[in-house]
Unconditional design. Sequence first.
Lengths: 331, 490
Amino acid sequence: MALPETESPVSPRTDPPVDDPMAHSSSQDHRRGRMPLSRRRSRRREALIFLAFTIPNLTLIALFTYRPLLSNVYYSTLQWNMGSPTARFVGFGNYVRWFSDPHSWNYLRITAIFTIATVGGTILIGLLIATVLNQKLRGRNVARAVVFAPYVLSGVAIGLVWMFMFDPQFGVIAPVIRAFGMTPPNWYNSPGWALVMVIIVYIWKHLGYAAVVYLAGLQIVPRDLLEAAALDGAGKWRTFRSITLPLLSPMTFFLLVTVTLSSMQSFDMIHAMTRGGPVDGTTTLMYQIYREGFVTGRAGYSATVATILFLLLLGFTLLQMRFLERKVHYS
Amino acid sequence: MNPRPASLHLNQLIDQPAALASPEGTTMSDRLLLPSRTGLAVPSSLNRRRFLGLGAAGAAAVALSACSGPSTSSDDAGTTDETSADDFAGVSPASEITFWSVHPGNSREADEELIRRFEEANPDISVTLVTAGANYEEVAQRFQTALQGDERPDVLMLSDVWWFKYFLNGTITPLDALLEAEGVELEDYHDTLIGDYTYDGRQWGMPYARSTPLFYYNKEHWAAAGLPDRGPETWDEFDEWAPALQANLDSGQSVFHHVKGASYVAWIFQSIIWAHGGRYSDDEFNITLDSAEAIGAGDYVRAQVHDLGYAGVTPDDNIIDLSSGGISATIGSTGSLSGLLESASFEVGASFLPAKDEFGCPTGGAGLSIPSGITPERQLAAMRFIKFVTEPENTAYYSQSVGYMPVRKSAVSLMEEAYNREPQRRVALEQLELTSPQDAARVYIPDGDQILGRGLERIMLQNEAAADVWPVVADELATSYEENVEPVIG
């Protein structure tokens, strides 16, 4: 995405020097020595308040995020059947197997297609809808609510309803396509079209979220800038491209990260609609984790795929933060 | 321009999606720009690195103290839990048990009625019915999960392809001592149905919702095509009949629908591979998909769909396709019979499966097992319940209301009236005499059914040659065998 370099005088990456004695240990004692007693007391108080607020959260995160994460990494070194009281240590055996299994690359390919299509579609259509809903139109609030509604619905319910709509015999979509003189694709039985079907529904569910984020962004685009651009004779498209879009870059960046994360981890809709089929056509890495763990019962191998997905997500997020955040314009 | 200094950081955004998601009221900038200099500052004595270190150390400590995975101390997975008792003489049954069912074939009411009858006959034991999933996979997965906690059921519905996995894991208990304690007469159960749950000389489940595949057809379509009122005796005969049936259908409609992997295509195709003289595997777990017969059977269903063109693969549910008049015939479970007779607006025919070089028909469906690791009292009460629901009058009731086969020989005489009223029901029973036990590759190799199903999807949906698909399937089956079965029984 071509976003302009930041013009902000205060770049988020070049943090102002932090008042942090630990970072400059040589001068630390020197500085502390000069600190008045009252200030030290208030610092201690602040530290206590800080701990009181953070420790409950940290404990919960440790218990329910880090602990399962570490357990998962441990399980990934086992050959363990889910439910079995015993397991065998296999070291990196599961990883070797995943990387040498041709299915894995297919699942990775499907995950990539699904993620790119859903992230791209959600963000683009979300932006379009936000732009429309930002106009002063009648019934705008109702439209905003309607657009956002799918996001709060359960993925399973949405999946089931859309399956009715895609049904080649009884569904509402096939006659619409036929009305345009085209043959409706075999959504249920063609691996490729099944993936398209799931992508469409995923975008539909999530674009309200993207639209709301963009809408919030559009509301803080300063009117004077737009007016200035209009005075300078910039057209609507030019204004959008050169002013609105750059100002929306924090939202775009935020959406890229969050939608990528949720898309790569989406499960409920795929399970409700296709169960990873037909012929593995909609089996993403996330779905493979489920299938290996709960259908095949290879808990150790499933944990291996989960660890690989975790590392992928971590890598992506770091890359996005490293390379994209630089291009983000923070007002 | 917004005069405030920049402080919109990704971490804040991630932590506060709710702030973003509220466009009304407070403005974006108010919500997102966290105070950078005022308010709660991070104290200098606890910088970020130290803070992260603390967090990591805490996480590690918690992980170490609470890590409760499987034991890796011994290699002999699959030992039965110690709690399985051999002698139930001094044990009195528990007063409460839980029954996990998936109500196959819409049998919830039948399950409830059987429980009502049981509680009437055994006022000391109450039964809680749990709908533990929508299909056999879901109940098995839920049980798998329950094994990690202590929410085990007492009576568990496990399908033909699932119980062996729990035998391998040692999480279901052998029933022999319990059968003896409750005085269950095994001789009155149909031999194939009871034999399906026998392994290693012991009984691991009792037949409950048992079925065979049946050939179902639309009698109106049959009459319109001028066909005799019976199912085809052979697949060759059906190939000949198909054009006449096709002529009366709209374009795009198929005469016959196969099912997909999720609907157990490997179960139904088993009859076709047997009819061609092939098998998925022999009893010693040797995969025999490389035989000419197995390849011929695979290519036959591929040709039905892609060359002869009269057959298709159901988008979703082949029984609905048939009952709605969309297709003329399909193969489905006897468990679909009652629902089909009820929902179809035309007369439904049911017949034996078509033969090819020979006749082949497997049994299938689900039985009831008892988990290990629960108290002998609960196991005894569970067995009392299983004995009760498979008593002749009860299995006859269940069979009549759902369509599954009565599991007791002496139940047949109780069903004469139903058989006379709806003769389709008798077909399954007559066909039962000709059934064979299923191939080990499908029912004993964990995930075997789904591995075979995915291969069949490639053959039927992707028009791939069986000779290309079967070797891949055979490899996957062999791997699963080597990983899951061989270490335990090999």
